[in-house]
Design a protein around this ligand. Sequence first.
Ligand code: SAM
Length: 279
Amino acid sequence: MRLDVVSIFPDYLSPLRLSLIGRAQEKGLLDLRVHDLRDWTHDRHRTVDDTPYGGGAGMVMKPEPWGEALEAVLGERPCSASEPDAASSDVPEPEASAGDAPEDCMPEGSSSAGAAGPVLIVPSPAGEVFTQAVARELAAEDHLVFACGRYEGIDQRVIDWAGERARVRMMSIGDYVLNGGEVAVMVMVEAIARLLPGVIGNPESLDEESHEDGLLEYPVYTKPAEWRGREVPPVLLSGDHGRVARWRRDERLRRTARVRPDLLAALPEEALDRRDREV
Ligand code: SAM
């Protein structure tokens, strides 16, 4: 999978070079390219923001650098799109994307991953909520591009324009406001990348995780069997796989009911059997 991230703080993304996600890049499972938005500015101050039309507090990210940056990293153009404007034709390609832009245009209306071109993800507290289900959908794509906003966000025309050449999703990682999209991108990249084949050593460990089937995970324990007067639930030491599985299922149901009753209420009727309902 190829991932492009555009940000005014490329160093913010450096933790993505560490741990399992870093190793996935070394193994060639992930091709992560981080770009500095200011590489697509043309003034001495490398300006990326300006005051908002209509007045009000804060600054808004300017459309021109974003337009050129996204043209470069999205690569393909829809067949109907006009040529980029003259101002962008003499822009040096930033190092990470040099030579990557395909020559041909992208047929509109195609739907399979890959053939449909990249998905542009714009982090925003005003976007749809990023969930495990969305992470799974995005993990099936070949190419994701992330546009990190700062200040009051990116000029809306950039998102509208990009929607004519790529599939665009504005994504919120939760109901709170961050200073910029970089942390949100790290969250999304980690959640997506760990679902790719080969990234997690034991793929079975993904199956029973919280949010995979609408329930939270059961509590987990390791050695020693007693620690500071607290014992591991005896059923886990019993060696009886059937009883362990039932205990874990019960704990998942109890925990979800206690912490996230909204998740339990959203489960389809057939997800719970008669025994589940007795818990
Ligand atoms: N004025 C915007 C609003 O009220 O919707 C908030 C802008 S915020 C200060 C700056 C940037 O941080 C956003 O453009 C977005 O990239 C990112 N951001 C903030 N909160 C986020 C969230 N919950 N999820 C995803 N991205 C977020």
